[in-house]
Design a protein around this ligand. Structure first.
Ligand code: PLP
Length: 498
């Protein structure tokens, strides 16, 4: 890296990003482009030699070709999926880590990067009030991965190897994992990668009456049936904040249901874990004292720019036993070997799938240092407040319903069905017709470019999902988004899409 050139180019890029944020509100949140739109505008091969001022030319292309074709996740009017909250220091922390470009796969490979990860995962774990046993301070420990899917994969593999060491490797086909029909699909993917038979992933049904949570009774019945058939219950993935409705599985009851059966309990709190910075949401993780691992994505709701998933485990030794590569003498961490104490000299390559890794701790540390836990609380509370206001607005409009109460900052709503829906969109099955009506409404809303929401089908019912969680979102943006929905519903946008 050429320092002088970097100074000049860095300013160009920083100005570019700042200009983007100055004008972010002017873009349609979802771009009106068709697949293949970009390839046709770019040369088929990379240039052999760069243009004289190649960065300026490339930035021009970013402005003219790329920006019109991205979905503007940082727009204050982006309400789809779960947000990827950004912050100045989150972005600058990414820049700092990229500039230093270290690869902290062992303690020795970058002592401060490794130790900062140890410190910062304990910091954030304490801010969320996670049980002490998941923190380094209590004999467990945390790491920063890219995604929740990786967290699931690493923990299933740790549980699998621990179990197979007890019952024999030849019984891998008997291992069974448990989740609900609301669990994120990445769990099944992780289970398959870990070698769990497709037929041995129990997706336990949930229902509207119980709020789409996994009940202890249903789990207990599934586990008992597997045990009776000679299979081996291995792993439960409970969710705090499911993707469709942000439902919260009851951790205490679920842990009690599998107590003493050797089942590894993992909590996927990818979205809602962040809310536990606020005391008023900590009931969501009541009972977490008994879990084996817990993960959440600070890139979703804690101002840490993409990507950042924090995973804590109660027994790091189980992760290291499954994913460790200590037989590799070249990489053997001299310091860890000398002390034999993984807390003193963590070798994070043994906590994840890959060898190489990013210095994610730097940005998370900057975020925590510059915003403080109080700052994070204020962000969560402001989003939840705006979502509560939206929920009230929806409930006040008789054409709409909120079929399941808002959870955290996620509001699910829909146009009421009934005979009118069937008439508008055709078809005689009322639920199918009203689902179609709402699908069209969402498409009409998103096509305006003035708001962007997503959808879910829960218990057979199609709902629009409005997840408030963007750093730039203010009340007026939520109000405007709601006006867009009302306007499209009134204009028959929902029915007109053919
Ligand atoms: N779990 C839940 C509850 C989610 O909502 C998501 C994504 O939104 C995931 C897991 C997957 O997260 P990742 O993309 O980090 O693997």
């Amino acid at each position: 890296l050429d320092a002088g050139k970097f100074r000049r180019q860095g300013r160009q890029v920083v100005d570019f990003i700042a200009d983007y944020y100055d004008g972010i509100n002017d873009y349609p949140v979802r771009p009106a482009v068709a697949p293949g739109f970009l390839a046709g505008k770019l040369p088929a091969t990379a240039p052999s030699t760069p243009e004289p001022d190649a960065l300026a030319a490339a930035l021009r292309d970013v402005r003219e070709l790329i920006l019109p074709g991205i979905t503007h996740w940082q727009s204050p009017r982006h309400f789809a999926h779960f947000s990827a909250t950004a912050s100045n220091v989150g972005a600058l922390g990414e820049a700092l880590a990229a500039g230093l470009n270290v690869n902290p796969f062992t303690w020795e490979a970058s002592p401060a990067a490794t130790e900062l990860e140890v410190v910062v995962t304990d910091w954030i774990g304490k801010a969320l009030h996670l049980p002490e046993r998941l923190l380094f301070a209590g004999g467990g420990g945390g790491t920063l991965l890219g995604t929740s899917c990786e967290a699931m994969l690493c923990t299933i593999v740790a549980a699998r190897d621990k179990k197979l060491a007890e019952i024999g490797e030849e019984r891998i086909g008997d291992l069974v994992v448990y989740c609900s029909d609301q669990t994120h699909f990445s769990f099944q993917k992780a289970a398959r990668i870990a070698g769990i038979r497709r037929g041995n992933c129990r997706e336990i049904p949930t229902c509207r009456e119980s709020g789409f949570v996994l009940t202890a009774t249903a789990l207990q019945a599934a586990v008992a049936a597997d045990e009776a058939a000679g299979r081996v219950p291995l792993f439960l993935c409970a969710t705090v904040g499911t993707t469709p409705t942000a439902a919260v599985d009851p951790l205490r009851e679920l842990c009690a249901a599998v107590e003493g059966r050797g089942v590894w309990v993992h909590v996927d709190a990818a979205y809602a874990g962040a809310a536990c910075v606020c005391p008023e949401f900590r009931h969501a993780i009541a009972g977490a004292e008994a879990v084996d691992s817990f993960s959440t994505n600070p890139h979703k709701w804690l101002l840490a720019n993409m990507d950042c998933c924090a995973l804590w485990v109660a027994r790091p030794a189980a992760l290291v036993a499954a994913l460790g590569t200590d037989h590799d003498v070249i990489l053997k961490d001299a310091a860890a070997a000398a002390t034999g104490d993984h807390h003193a000299a963590v070798g994070y390559k043994d906590w994840q799938v890959a060898l190489s890794r990013r210095f994610r701790a730097l940005k998370l540390w900057l975020v925590l240092s510059c915003h403080g836990v109080d700052g994070l609380r204020a962000v969560v509370r402001s989003h939840v407040g705006m979502a509560a206001a939206l929920e009230r607005m929806v409930r006040a409009d008789a054409r709409f319903e909120v079929p399941f109460p808002r959870q955290f900052a996620l509001v699910c709503f829909r146009l009421r069905g009934g005979g009118a829906a069937a008439q508008l969109v055709g078809g005689d099955d009322e639920l199918t017709a009203s689902n179609e009506l709402n699908r069209r409404l969402l498409e009409a809303v998103n096509a305006t470019g003035r708001a962007y929401m997503s959808s879910a089908v829960v218990g057979g019912m199609y709902v629009l999902r409005c997840a408030v969680g963007n750093s730039l979102t203010e009340e007026r943006h939520v109000q405007e988004a709601w006006s867009v929905v009302q306007g499209q519903a009134a204009a028959g946008g929902a029915a007109a899409d053919t």
